[in-house]
Design a protein around this ligand. Sequence first.
Ligand code: PMP
Length: 381
Amino acid sequence: MAGNAPDRTINLDHGDPTLYEHFWQEKGDRATIVIPGWQSMSYFSDLGNLCWFLEPEFAREVLRLHSIVGNAVTEDRHIVVGTGSTQLVQAALYALSPQDAQEPISVVSAAPYYSAYPALVDCLKSGIHKWAGDAAKFNKEGPFIELITSPNNPDGYNRGSAVNRTGGKLVHDLAYYWPQYAAISSPADHEIMLFTVSKSTGHAGMRIGWAFVKDREVARKMVKFIELSTIGVSKDSQLRAATVLKVVSDSCEHPGPASNQSLFDEVHNLMVARWRRLRGAVKQSALFTLPDFSPAFCRFRGQYFEPQPGSSSAAFAWLRCEEPLEDCQVFLRKYKILTRSGRQFGVGPQYVRISLLDRDENFNLFLERVSTMDLPQSAQP
Ligand code: PMP
């Protein structure tokens, strides 16, 4: 098959979580659902709930999984479901932006920030909010919204607010705060916290995310935004998400033998093994460097995370090319490896983000190529 030729292009630009397919194939029919033609026809799911399009079964499984993992405080919060956390970022921006201010509120995030944020904030050239760049350099007076991704996409580090003053409205994007990627040091406890199945269970195509929101009025406005943009969120997807989350919770509560680990253990082990091999290949090439992570205690596992020096399990490799290379994306493209340039994350072209969530065959081919890379003649010192 031409698609499997050893010299084919490998696309590691997107964080497409196809690595997870293996876990779900092993689960066979346990996550299969059948929806009869007459079911989930109404717009409405739960008229008594502020989020009237939230499927109660989905909400129950969300709460169950968080209570098992211990990665978020869920008491006294409103749950708002979204079409992916992408819609929830937009809903949160809508809810937090004053409608009658003289100028749009500034939206910032510390560089390197998730590359989609600037376009998500500015795509409609809204009169209520405006992208204002790197939170660490933001020094304008007045109110602001800060998007905080922790662990961060692209570099995997844990983060707090980076703006050097109080008074901001914070949105915590916790897409990667799950035990396959990071130590769960304590339950996150913030005003607005966003999660998604795309990175927790690998079901990006289901397009389901959820937010925990403390303030009722903010939650109400987020619900209004989703009502205006899509009149709710697919019930079919919520029902499927409920089933998938249930299987993940069951896999934690009743783990089987090694061949039947919990999703978090299986994916974590895969990620650690990938990182170990990646570090080996990067060291051998001497062209790049990778971030280092410190050991941290994971309460979910009851043990230290990444106790081996240099081990990690972050979803992306944030690769920096060393001199004399200047543009890492252009250099890797010569080897038919597509990556996302540091420029898109608000930093320079010496960085690229590489997805580590792809299928084995792509990851293996990528490593083979990294191990045999040479400086181009023109760049040799
Ligand atoms: N936030 C972050 C930090 C992400 O990395 C992603 C996915 N790449 C999203 C949000 C969007 O996720 P979803 O598929 O749920 O829209």
